[in-house]
Ligand binder design. Structure first.
Ligand code: FAD
Length: 272
């Protein structure tokens, strides 16, 4: 099947993108096209107008600020894979595990956050690291914590007139440790189960999230707090089973993978 007919614009700046969004109801942004193009071809999306945000330089920035790094929305997974960022090593680690290189060459971090696939890597990783999503519309900007930016499967707090412009990723201290683990049926596929853990004693951060669920990543705050207090001995099968009792009960393969993803992400924290 081919996409239904649509008009196409590629504004040179953010103002042009926001104007186009306001005057064309039924318009859709396109960034890397890695999710949207298949949806167009299957006619699951039938926008009247595609607004290509790839020509906006302001969305391609990577800015090292004092407490955080600002990652522009159209920075690709491959750019983050290739570019170590001090205090943000988790970004490189996550980026290199997304799909395969041709997807990473085009897929963008902002597109991934906006698309909100429950199995996607960035919504999980950005929640765990405590990132903030910066969005803008014709009426101003908003800063939304990544941990509740995603409302459910393919649903976010973005309104139709808003654009994700950047993600602010807090810099971790040298004492910080993180773990990230996902099970994929085959290399390059979306994960069946995933987990992310970030512990930073300097900022008293203890975050643990389970991904690849039916909706948004699920925080496991109590387990993270216990492990922050008690250390590696608190990473037990019983504690993990208890924390995941509503999403990983029993011995079905997916339940085992969920528990194992959490355990392996946590073990990585203490191995590093
Ligand atoms: P697009 O496809 O261009 O857009 C997706 C949606 O987001 C559209 O609705 C669009 O309107 C909206 N959008 C895009 N940018 C913005 C913005 N700045 N503001 C507001 N809305 C916006 N991802 C993973 O995380 N892990 C995987 O393992 C993985 N495997 C994949 C395997 C394959 C074969 C493919 C094709 C994709 C895979 N992906 C995976 C997804 C990919 O990594 C992209 O991140 C994802 O497709 C969205 O990014 P994009 O830039 O391509 O967005």
């Amino acid at each position: 099947m081919k996409a239904a007919a649509f008009d196409y614009v590629r504004p040179p700046d953010l103002a042009g993108v926001l104007d186009a969004l306001q005057i064309a109801p039924g318009a859709k942004l396109i960034a890397g096209g890695q999710s949207l193009v298949p949806m167009l071809n299957l006619r699951l999306a039938r926008p009247s107008l595609l607004i290509d945000i790839g020509g906006v330089d302001a969305l391609r920035i990577v800015e090292d600020r004092k407490t955080h790094v600002r990652i522009g929305a159209t920075v690709t997974h491959a750019e983050l894979e290739d570019r170590p960022i001090s205090g943000c090593a988790l970004l490189q680690r996550v980026a290199r595990g997304i799909a395969y290189r041709s997807v990473r060459n085009r897929g963008t971090v902002g597109g991934s956050m906006a698309h909100a696939d429950p199995a996607a890597d960035w919504p999980l990783a950005m929640a765990a690291i405590g990132a903030t999503v910066i969005v803008e519309s014709g009426t101003g900007a908003r800063q939304l914590p990544a941990e509740d930016f995603m409302l459910g499967a393919f649903q976010t707090r973005l309104s139709d007139e808003e654009v994700v412009v950047a993600i602010d990723v807090p810099k971790l201290s040298p004492a910080a440790r993180f773990g990230y683990y996902k099970f994929c049926r085959k290399t390059g596929e979306f994960p069946e189960a995933s987990a992310a853990a970030v512990f930073d004693p300097a900022s008293r951060t203890a975050q643990l999230y389970l991904g690849a669920l039916a909706g948004a990543p699920q925080p496991l705050h109590d387990l993270a707090a216990t492990i922050a207090r008690q250390g590696a001995p608190a990473i037990t099968d019983a504690a993990i089973a208890d924390a995941l009792h509503d999403v990983a009960k029993g011995d079905a393969p997916q339940c085992r993978m969920r528990r194992a993803a959490v355990k392996r992400a946590l073990k990585e924290v203490f191995a590093s």
